[in-house]
Design a protein around this ligand. Sequence first.
Ligand SMILES: C[S@@+](CC[C@H](N)C(=O)[O-])C[C@H]1O[C@@H](n2cnc3c(N)ncnc32)[C@H](O)[C@@H]1O
Length: 237
Amino acid sequence: MGYDKRQATEEFARWSRSYDQSVLQWLLFGPSHRAMIRRIRDRFGDRPIRVLDVGCGTGVFGERIVRSLPNARVFGMDLVSEMLRGGAARWASHEGTICPVQGDSEHLPFAPGSFDVVTCANSFHHYPDQGRAVAEMHRVLKPGGRLMLIDGYRDAPWGWFIYDVCVETVEGNVHHCSRSRLRDLFAAAGFVETEQTVHRGPAPFLLSEGVARSASTLRRPHIAVSGRAARPVASAD
Ligand SMILES: C[S@@+](CC[C@H](N)C(=O)[O-])C[C@H]1O[C@@H](n2cnc3c(N)ncnc32)[C@H](O)[C@@H]1O
C-alpha cells in the first residue's frame, strides 16, 4: 500500500510533542540543516532573500536560517497543524521574520515567483506525488531562484539499509529517491544546472540543488507574499 497524507498526518501529530527532543535532531536533522545553510550562504551571501521551507515541522530549520542569515525572511509551511503548533514559541520569538503557514507540498498556497529559495529538509520522502511537489516548488520560485532539497541518501548499501529498510519499517511506505530519480524530477519540473552532493556519515544524506528556469503560468487561488505576512488573494491573472 502506498504512503498517504493521512498516514503522515497521524505520524507527525503523534510525534509533534517530542519532535524537538528526538535523537534524530542530533544524528540527522542538525547536520543536514548546517549543510543547507552553508549552501544558501554560498549562493546568496548576506543579500536579503525570501525563503519558503516546505515541510518545516516545528521550525527548527527556519530558526537556524534566520539566526545564520539575518537578512533572510522565512515562510515555514507544513501539512500537519500539530507540528506547526509544536513550534509556537519559536514562531512567536521570531515574529516578522518567520511566518508559519499550513499547507500541502503538492498545492503550495503561494503566488508564482514568490521566493528566491525553496528549501525542503528531511521531508520529501513523505510526499505521495513527488513530481507534483517539485513542479510546485518551481512554480513559486522567481526565475533564477533555487530549490535546495535534502533527504536521506539511499543509493549506497548503508544508506539503503537505513532508509529503505529501517525507516520504511518504522514509517511505512515512504520513498527516498535515488540520485538519478531526483535529477529526472528536477529536469521535468524545469530546473537547470542541477548539482547533487552526498554527505557521508552515520546517516548519509543527499543535497540536490536546481535553478528555476522560468516563471510558471499556473493559476489558482493562493497566498501572495508581501512584506512580513502571508495574505490570501484571488487567482493571479
Ligand atoms: C522529519 S520532519 C522534518 C521537519 C524539518 N524539515 C526538519 O528538517 O527538521 C518531516 C515534516 O514533513 C511534513 N510533511 C509530510 N508530508 C507533507 C506534505 N505533503 N506537505 C507538507 N509537509 C509535509 C511533516 O508534517 C513533518 O513536519
